[in-house]
Design a protein around this ligand. Structure first.
Ligand code: SAM
Length: 375
């Protein structure tokens, strides 16, 4: 079935959303607010219609010429055809809309912190090579889009792509996974066919990451925290940004590699493991995390910081609450899992502030820092 729809906003998954006169809601990938589009309805669930974009009848004034030749096929970016300032407004609205519908609403939602450099920001990319092509997968497909450069990757990585192409592209049918990243030494490194996540999580946008670190440190300072429990700490990316503001930290992550990197960074900063008040522990966060803490920490940490993966805390938050806990700082990349997780806070905590930060320009991905304090 074809329909003509006017797009009014963006969904939490980054699709254009339009509502018809009967109140039916249409989700259209790659359509933008202000577009009038012809769509093909793919599936329907009650009043919700999943659609394919057939034709843009009247383009939104927010549309721009994509700066990338591969944008129409490549599955990497969502929004190179959307003016960056309008993308930021779109992300802000997605967050505001989701928070209005939640059980806990923040007292203040600050304006999103946009990137000064919305292109050439990624310090890590994952390419595929095979059948004579080097590039990224098409959207929802394992077909390769052959690329010469990636507009959101740092120039050094694009130089590395050129060198890889010059050295010859595999004609083998089986695709290889090639990860290119800029190491701390400043050199480009290549890893081929590594198992997923073997080296652990790394922030990919340094400029925006420093703003994220600053925001978390600011919230820790404002909370007058002394004992902090940080969960999903990775390599200590956030820990080292606030550790000089507090007395004790226990920081936990389930990935051994990132915990070793965190310990190594701690040594490099001259904080030997005996003298340092920052302990990094490798463990899986879950319902028993609070119970497993050392007795001087159990029931005594005054600030809880969590930065979980997209799936959120899966019910663990309620087991981490105790009377001495004064503030919670939650860094989230999913409004859905965040909204579910924080429901358990509604009688004891006040949702003070939410700061969105655009970590991934030209993509639908959203990130924000939320600060809660005890009522
Ligand atoms: C979004 S990353 C945040 C990392 C770090 N805070 C940073 O800023 O780089 C999420 C982290 O959670 C860790 N993780 C995922 N599931 C976990 C679990 N069940 N228990 C503990 N850590 C987990 C991952 O290893 C990853 O380092």
């Amino acid at each position: 079935m074809n329909k003509i729809i006017e797009i009014s906003r963006i969904s939490v998954l980054g699709e254009g959303v339009g509502v018809d006169s009967d109140g039916n809601i249409y989700f259209v990938p790659r359509a933008l607010p202000g577009d009038k589009v012809k769509v093909l309805v793919r599936s329907q669930d009650k009043k919700y219609f999943e659609c394919d974009l057939v034709e843009v009848i009247t383009p939104s004034l927010e549309r721009v010429e994509p700066p990338c030749a591969y944008f129409q096929q490549c599955g990497g970016c969502d929004w190179l055809h959307w003016n960056y300032a309008d993308q930021l407004k779109g992300k802000q609205k997605v967050i505001e809309h989701a928070m209005e519908r939640g059980t806990l609403t923040p007292q203040k939602i600050l304006p999103i912190i946009g990137a000064e450099q919305s292109l050439n920001y990624r310090n890590r990319i994952q390419l595929r090579m095979g059948s004579g092509s080097l590039g990224f997968f098409k959207k929802k497909s394992h077909d390769l889009v052959d690329i010469e450069e990636c507009k959101i990757a740092k120039p050094m990585l694009n130089e590395a792509i050129k060198k890889l192409r010059a050295s010859g592209i595999s004609k083998q049918e089986q695709t290889q996974k090639i990860e290119l990243y800029i190491a701390e030494s400043g050199e480009v490194k290549q890893v081929t066919n590594a198992a997923h996540g073997i080296e652990g999580f790394k922030q990919i946008n340094e400029e925006q990451n420093s703003r994220l670190q600053k925001c978390v440190a600011d919230y820790v300072g404002r909370s007058q925290s002394k004992k902090v429990l940080e969960l999903f700490c990775g390599d200590g990316n956030l820990t080292f940004a606030y550790q000089n503001l507090v007395k004790n930290i226990i920081a936990i992550d389930s990935n051994e590699s990132v915990i070793s990197q965190a310990k190594w960074k701690r040594e490099k900063l001259g904080l030997s493991s005996e003298k340092s008040s920052t302990a990094f522990i490798c463990d899986v966060v879950g319902h028993s995390t609070a119970r497993k803490l050392p007795s001087e920490f159990k029931g005594h940490y005054d600030t809880l910081i969590v930065d979980p993966p997209r799936s959120g805390l899966s019910g663990a938050l309620t087991h981490l609450l105790h009377k001495q806990l004064k503030s919670i700082i939650y860094i989230s990349c999913s409004v859905q899992s965040f909204s579910q997780d924080v429901q358990c806070l509604k009688d004891q905590f006040h949702f003070e502030e939410l700061q969105p930060i655009d970590m991934f320009p030209h993509t639908r991905h959203i990130e924000f820092v939320a600060k809660f304090s005890r009522i």
